[in-house]
Design a protein around this ligand. Structure first.
Ligand code: SAH
Length: 365
């Protein structure tokens, strides 16, 4: 199916106001429409009863209101929930909800597939299909809120759980879709809508250096995480092709500029791979890079991918690595793997067709 109309959720407030003016409507309707789209639960323009039927018709003629269809939902034993969605043009993406200590974090996909081709990541095997529209990314989050509302309705304590944190760490490279990711962050930050603080949204990049600068120029309301994963250019280039274009020195320059201009810290994601990135030598090199900078390290034990040559370290090896880094007073935390049983953990999001081939371009599962 071809996408005929734009998703209305992709429009900024100003763009929607402009469209309303063009068709002879009052621009203040934009607030009403956006409030229903982002804070209500509407799946058709007809449900916007406060709008005149003539305006609803015009909206229907011009825009899509929903873009995703749920193919299935998987629930992990640890409470993580993963959705597989089909887009209007028949592609597939995944979204993950990670509940923890009263927080509801959503890991969103920003692209169908990914072009970065990291050796340890399953999404890479899909190749790159296309960028997601802002409205599609926002719908991933809206649908989690709908889900939480349905759970709330069932629970007796009447607590109104809603999404509290967004991590742009699902399928895709968010900085290669910066225009749309910026729109999404602005809508999420909007006080009248999601009202999420800047520190509740984290954009994670494999290291697309010029886009890190652009993120600062645009003043996108978010925090930055960088998938450093290795401190050695030769190895990093062999598992993360982006390093061949922007090696570690260039990446660090961009990070230093980001820290200077935003006055915020940067998080380094660091995947621990046995005998490679989880060694005493690797810990020392990580300290050398981190000690002089305002950075925190988020270590991630390698989750099963498709590369049989890469293995997760033992718990003892992980502990020794963490101790070495901590002893140098570099802040390091370990990311608890969540949802491994449903392949919802870092680097495990991918769409497999009926033949078991990792491919987003074919029929649905
Ligand atoms: N493209 C972006 C965001 C998606 S990947 C980026 O590279 O940052 C999100 C995180 O998952 C990254 O830090 C990545 O290094 C990590 N990751 C990928 N595959 C993994 C695996 N098999 N095990 C553990 N972490 C993995």
């Amino acid at each position: 199916m071809i996408i005929k109309y734009e998703d209305i959720k992709s429009l900024t407030e100003d763009e929607l106001k402009w469209w309303l003016r063009e068709i002879g409507e009052k621009p203040f309707r934009a607030d009403q429409i956006r409030n229903r789209l982002f804070c209500g639960q509407v799946a058709s323009f007809d449900e916007m009863e406060q709008l005149k039927p003539a305006l609803r018709e015009k909206l229907k003629e011009s825009f899509r209101i929903t873009s995703l269809t749920e193919v299935h939902r998987l629930e992990s034993v640890d409470g993580t929930v993963k959705w597989l969605y089909e887009t209007a043009d028949g592609n597939h993406i995944e979204t993950v909800l990670i509940p923890a200590n009263g927080r509801y974090s959503v890991c969103v996909s920003t692209q169908v597939g990914c072009a970065q081709n990291c050796a340890f990541c399953r999404t890479a095997k899909m190749g790159f299909i296309r960028n997601l529209e802002a409205g599609e990314i926002l719908e991933e989050i809206i649908r989690v809120n709908w889900y939480l509302k349905s759970i709330n309705a069932l629970s007796r304590d009447n607590k109104q759980a809603t999404v509290t944190n967004i991590i742009f760490m699902g399928m895709g490279e968010p900085l290669n879709n910066l225009e749309n990711v910026h729109r999404v962050c602005c809508t999420l930050h909007n006080q009248k809508l999601f009202n999420l603080g800047k520190d509740r949204m984290t954009v994670s990049t494999s290291g697309v250096v010029p886009k890190i600068k652009e993120l600062v120029d645009r003043n996108t309301p978010c925090c930055l995480a960088v998938s450093l994963n290795s401190t050695n250019n030769e190895y990093r280039s062999s598992v993360m092709p982006v390093n061949k274009v922007w090696p570690i020195e260039k990446l660090l320059e961009a990070i230093d500029e980001y820290i200077r201009r935003t006055d915020k810290h940067v998080t380094f994601e660091f995947v621990l791979i046995q005998n490679i990135t989880c060694t005493p030598q690797a810990a020392k090199e990580l300290i050398r890079i981190c000690a002089p900078r305002r950075v925190k390290v988020n270590a991630i034990v390698l989750n099963d991918g498709d590369d049989p040559t890469l293995h997760a370290p033992t718990p003892d090896e992980v502990e020794r690595f963490l101790e070495t880094v901590r002893a140098a007073e570099v802040q390091i935390t370990i990311r608890n793997p969540r949802g491994r049983d449903i392949l919802a953990a870092c680097g495990q999001l991918a769409y497999k067709n009926k033949q078991g081939k990792t491919d987003a371009n074919t029929e649905s599962a």
